[in-house]
Structures are given as C-alpha cells and as structure tokens.
Design a protein around this ligand. Structure first.
Ligand code: TXA
Ligand code: MG
Length: 355
C-alpha cells in the first residue's frame, strides 16, 4: 500500500492537507495523526470494517478496545452516554489528555468496544487532531500508533518507521507534546485505569472528588529484593531486556560492583543520573531529561526505550522516578517496559541475571 505522508503545521494546520487526510478517513482508510500525548492510528469509528483494519495493522488482540476521539461534546454524545452528574465537569476539562470510560451507544461497533458495553471517549488537545476529526465529520477510533507491545510513536519519524506501507496516510506534525498516553478514567467507579499527563490531583481538582486508583495502576514501589518478571505485562517493551532499579541511581555502581559476568548494559534515566553513572559505572547512558522536570522525561521516555535496541547492549537498567504528578505515568510505563522485573540490591540483581 502506498502511504501518503502529509506535513502539517502542529499549531495552524493547513486546511487543504487536513482535507486530504479526512478524505482517507471518509473512504474507510487508516490515518496516523498526532495528538498531544502520542500519535494515533485512526479510522471512522462508525465504520466497522475500517476499525478492523486498525487491529490488523497493529497486530492488536481483538479484545483490547479502542479510544474514540471526538471534537465536540455533541459528537461524544453520539458515541456514548456522558453521565449527567459529570457533564459540566467534562465540558470544562476537555479538550485534554484524559479519556473517559462511559456506557456505549448501540451505534458504535463491537470491534471498537471489544463488546464491553462501555466506550473510551477522548477530546484531544491537539489542533491537528481536532481539525482532522471536525473535517472528517465523524468520531475517530484510534489506539496509539505502535505495533502491539511496542512503545507508542511520539513523533512522525517513528510513526513512519512503524506504519509506512501499512496505512493510507501519515500526518507529520513533528513531536507529540506529552509523550505518554492519556489518563484513562472509568466514570462509573471513578477509578483511574491508566495514569497519564492529566494527573491524579488535576482530576481531583476538576471533579471535586479524588479518583480511586489501584496499587497496581499506581505503580507503587515494591520494597525488598527482586520481583519475578511477569511476562504477561510486556508492553512498551524494547527487544533488549530491561530491568528497573528501585533505589536512587547513585547507589547503582555499588550494587553492580563485584558481579563477574555483568553484561554490557545501558542506563536509562535523568540527565543528572546519567552524568553520574557514565563516570562511576562506565556504562552507556540514555538521558531522558532533567529529574527536576518530569514532563521532559515523559516526553523523551519512549524514544529512550526505543534507542536501547540500537545500542548493542545486552541489558537496559532504568532509573525509578518520583511517582508524583506525571511521574506516576512514567513509572507505570517503565514497570511494563521491564515486565515487572525490578531490583533493589546486589542479591536482587544477581537473581534476575541468573533467571
Ligand atoms: O493518549 C492516548 O490515549 C492515545 C492517543 C492516540 O489518543 N491512545 C491510546 O490508545 O493510548 P490505546 O488503544 O493504546 O489505549 C487505550 C486504553 C487501553 O488500555 C484500553 O484497554 C483502554 O484504553 N480501553 C479502551 N476502551 C475501554 C473500555 N471500554 N473499558 C476499559 N478500558 C478501555
Ligand atoms: Mg497503546
């Protein structure tokens, strides 16, 4: 398939380019487009055949439902039932990197909802995404633009690497703003299902009530020694094995010290920690940004994980970040990228290396 690549200004999208992309959506095609979080791979949400193609292009399991993107509250109401008690709050919060799970309308195909009876709805805060949805005149179902289990594309170059020849059109608007996917919140139980750039506190403030959040979603630090890797959590994962170091980066050199067959590894972490470890542990490093600005770290996170595979190392060791604010989303992604494999001390690392 020939993929048309359209350069579009991220802030002032050119009408004629958006028109071209929308015509692919209206013809039942697949369009990769930028949002403020990550790139999405989209199709007309009411066109079941088109939505099925998304699953094929991603190699996505059919029971993992898609997020439906809208450009107005009225459009959202065609897709799902926004609860009366929350509608004013939703109006105030959208557009933003937050997705609401609500009861699905019958018109929305089962392919999109996974037959759950609920639907994920989001109004993205990105001029290009909003223009594309408005111009198409239909809600756009779009998961993140990545082959299933790989890190999401946060820039057009990565989206092109993943999907050139597999979709009708890729919109190139440079980098996504946040770099991690939207916060997903189930409005029925008022529970965060996936942390994202719209933080726990921001939801609490916007809705006047604190959301629930499970310990697993929260990505709470696990104390003690190594936790065994859980392969079923593989997601956002590079081909190279990745481990999470649960302690402050400064102590890593000491933890590694004395391990005879320590494989060549790269450290993934903040600029500050990378500076320290390249000196003290002599390893290669992938710097994600300053620890003082976790938005910067989030923005560079997936590119960092993807870069690991090009370094010709046997192992990636990632730093743990503060779980406040957007840090919660970063840690949630890192734990999955590491398939839950984390260590705390020398013995924990040795055990993981032997497994
Ligand atoms: O930022 C984002 O949300 C990006 C951009 C493209 O908008 N999209 C995205 O989509 O991350 P995806 O498909 O990669 O993630 C959607 C998440 C999945 O974890 C899925 O299981 C969950 O939302 N989800 C979708 N529909 C659901 C539903 N009805 N109930 C519970 N979870 C749902
Ligand atoms: Mg995804």
């Amino acid at each position: 398939m020939k993929t048309e690549i359209l350069k579009v200004d991220p802030v002032e999208p050119e009408n004629w380019q958006i028109g071209k992309a929308a015509s692919f959506v209206n013809a039942g095609g697949l369009v990769v487009f930028p949002t403020e979080t990550v790139y999405g791979i989209g199709a007309d949400a009411f066109n079941e055949g088109a939505c099925r193609k998304i699953f094929e292009a991603k190699g996505r399991p059919g029971d993992n439902p898609l997020i439906v993107h809208v450009s107005s509250i009225e459009m959202a109401q065609e897709v799902g039932e926004l609860p009366q008690e929350y509608i004013d709050r939703i109006r105030r919060v959208w557009p933003s990197p937050v997705t609401f799970i609500v009861k699905a309308n019958k018109r929305i195909p089962k392919t999109v909802t996974g037959g759950l009876g609920t639907v994920a709805l989001r109004m993205p805060a990105h001029p290009v995404a909003l223009a594309l949805i408005s111009k198409s005149g239909c809600p756009i179902a779009a998961p993140s633009a990545n082959p299933s289990s790989k890190p999401s594309a946060t820039n057009a170059g990565q989206a092109i690497k993943y999907f050139d020849g597999k979709v009708d059109c890729i919109i190139d608007s440079g980098r996504a703003f946040f770099g991690v996917e939207s916060t997903v919140i189930d409005l029925d139980s008022f529970t965060i299902l996936r942390p994202g750039p719209f933080t726990f506190d921001e939801i609490g403030n916007a809705f006047g009530q604190k959301p629930h959040i499970s310990e697993v979603t929260r990505g709470r630090r696990l104390s003690g020694t190594a936790v065994s890797p859980g392969t079923k959590y593989a997601h956002y994962a590079p081909d190279t094995r990745m481990l999470l170091f649960e302690r402050d980066a400064a102590s890593l050199a000491e933890v590694i010290d004395g391990i005879e067959d320590m494989p060549p590894f790269a450290f993934i972490g903040s600029n500050e920690s990378c500076g320290l470890l390249s000196k003290e542990a002599g390893c290669s490093t992938i710097a994600l940004g300053s620890a003082a600005n976790l938005y910067e770290v989030a923005k560079n996170l997936y590119d960092g994980i993807i870069a690991l595979d090009s370094l010709k190392v046997k192992l990636g060791i990632s730093e743990s970040f503060d779980e406040n604010g957007v840090g919660l989303a970063i840690m949630n992604r890192l734990r999955k990228a590491c398939s839950g494999a984390s260590f705390w001390d020398h013995a924990g690392l040795v055990k993981l290396l032997e497994s």
